[in-house]
Ligand binder design. Structure first.
Ligand code: ATR
Length: 276
């Protein structure tokens, strides 16, 4: 029996056990996937004890992603570029860490708006951990101008420096003048989630966007965020964030259980029922 996990602090809201549980059953795998809450002060012991606890690997979420990056013995290219680890596995006795968030982001757009790869200019709202994964993806897809727009300009500048000349940092106020050139608008902030304060960061008016523009939000609670509602009312192509969650889980499941699982409508509906 192969045992995998997701760890975070807190972890009880994670949808990953439901997602991986669906695949374990569907593919008749002799394995388990469980949520394990670990206090940051115990994370190192947990990670270095995986093998002796009989765990084959798992997912790491907030606030452990950067610590996992520091502690693993080997990292994949995406983790190296993004600076965080969300997936752990073993190669022999070597503790390996990867990052599949960027893969999940791209695969979701490939599913619902294939044409996104021919875009040239993108705007990414936000400069946190999720933004780093998205920037990695859009650069890999060939975008030649990546505008990072953030409430706190200095965080956008840090990311623009990290990711190189195709990236430009902008304050929130620059949004109106950037929108008309934009092929892909991505929200990685909590803007529009219930309880978020948007007094300094008003929602952009999307009226001046190209009709071919694609709007996506990595937030999936609610499934249709205010940004997506606004985009739909302008007749723009929209992609919600749930598919990113589903797709980012694929490479881990394959590593631990040796089956490459499929993201299906049935799986999407199962998770949707659980989040709504
Ligand atoms: P994550 O890892 O999920 O990206 P994070 O590192 O906490 O989380 O980053 C959150 C992002 O959402 C940041 O870009 C943050 O902006 P600041 O850097 O200015 O804090 C952004 N954010 C949070 N609340 C926001 C709001 N009400 N309006 C606009 N941006 C917001």
């Amino acid at each position: 029996m192969k045992k995998a996990f997701v760890t975070g602090f807190p972890i009880k809201h994670s949808k990953s056990p439901l997602l991986h549980g669906h695949w374990l059953k569907k593919y008749n795998v002799d394995g388990t996937y469980e949520a394990i809450e670990i206090d940051p002060k115990n994370f190192k012991d947990f990670l270095y004890g995986l093998k002796s606890d009989g765990l084959v690997g798992g997912n790491v979420t907030l606030p452990h992603k950067e610590t996992a990056f520091e502690l693993v013995e080997k990292r994949d290219e995406a983790a190296e570029i993004i600076g965080a680890v969300n997936t752990i596995w073993f190669e022999g006795d070597i503790l390996c860490g990867g990052n599949t968030d960027g893969y999940g982001f791209s695969a979701n757009l490939d599913d619902y708006a294939k044409e996104w790869r021919s875009g040239k200019t993108t705007i990414i709202l936000g400069a946190g951990g999720a933004s780093r994964a998205v920037i990695h993806s859009v650069l890999k897809a060939g975008f030649n101008r990546v505008h990072i727009v953030n409430r706190t300009l200095s965080r956008a500048e840090t990311l623009a420096d990290r990711f190189g000349d195709r990236c430009v940092a902008n304050p929130w106020q620059a949004l109106p003048e950037l929108l008309n050139e934009c092929d892909l608008l991505v929200n990685t902030t909590s803007l529009g989630m219930s309880g978020s304060d948007s007094s300094e960061t008003p929602m952009p008016d999307l009226q001046c966007m190209k009709q071919s523009a694609i709007i996506t939000d990595i937030v999936y609670t609610p499934i249709e965020t205010p940004l997506l509602t606004a985009a739909k009312s302008q007749g723009l192509v929209t992609v919600d964030g749930l598919g990113m969650l589903l797709h980012q889980a694929v490479p881990g499941f394959e590593k631990w259980f040796s089956v490459r699982p499929e993201v299906t409508h049935e799986l999407r509906q199962t998770i949707l029922d659980a989040v709504s």
